[in-house]
Design a protein around this ligand. Structure first.
Ligand SMILES: NC(=O)c1ccc[n+]([C@@H]2O[C@H](COP(=O)([O-])OP(=O)(O)OC[C@H]3O[C@@H](n4cnc5c(N)ncnc54)[C@H](O)[C@@H]3O)[C@@H](O)[C@H]2O)c1
Length: 125
């Protein structure tokens, strides 16, 4: 596929599926914004090799104001975001019956509320 001129925003891009997705977009011509709560140096270096625009944002997707700022910064740099891969998520391998309410809330905050990264009503992303 050819994503030349498109801009992709990938959360959870430090490793795994998000990293592969970010590199895949760059390989196929896109500018890529990578966002993660963890260190993204490896992804950044890989994405940069393809010579298109790249921006990294340290972001906890469950933090609404940080998510809004990350989207605004990305739009300021690249004009608009064409593709959003809301991949960041956690999947604790723990006995559900032993989870605390705080642990459960954290899963909801990241995996469900964090899915709408810009937290805009009626968002097109
Ligand atoms: N791998 C699988 O088999 C599988 C199956 C079903 C669903 N998923 C989902 O697909 C996504 C990617 O899977 P993966 O295997 O690459 O996961 P992974 O755990 O390897 O990577 C997830 C990334 O998300 C980041 N992240 C976690 N919480 C974050 C937060 N609050 N804000 C920003 N970044 C955060 C982590 O730092 C990590 O880099 C996850 O949402 C996962 O739950 C994966």
């Amino acid at each position: 596929m050819n994503f030349t001129g498109k801009t992709a925003f990938v959360t959870g891009a430090a490793r795994g599926i998000g990293q592969a997705t970010a590199v895949g977009f760059a390989k196929n011509g896109a500018n890529v914004i990578i966002a993660d709560i963890s260190d993204m140096t490896e992804t950044y270096e890989e994405v940069k090799k393809f010579g298109h625009g790249v921006m990294q944002v340290t972001l906890d997707v469950s933090n609404e104001s940080d998510a809004r700022k990350a989207v605004a910064d990305a739009e300021a740099q690249f004009g608009k975001i064409d593709i959003l891969v809301n991949n960041a998520g956690i999947f604790p391998l723990a006995d559900f019956t032993k989870q605390t309410s705080d642990e459960w809330k954290r899963i909801i905050d990241i995996n469900i509320l964090g899915r709408c990264i810009c937290h805009k009503p009626y968002c097109r992303l």
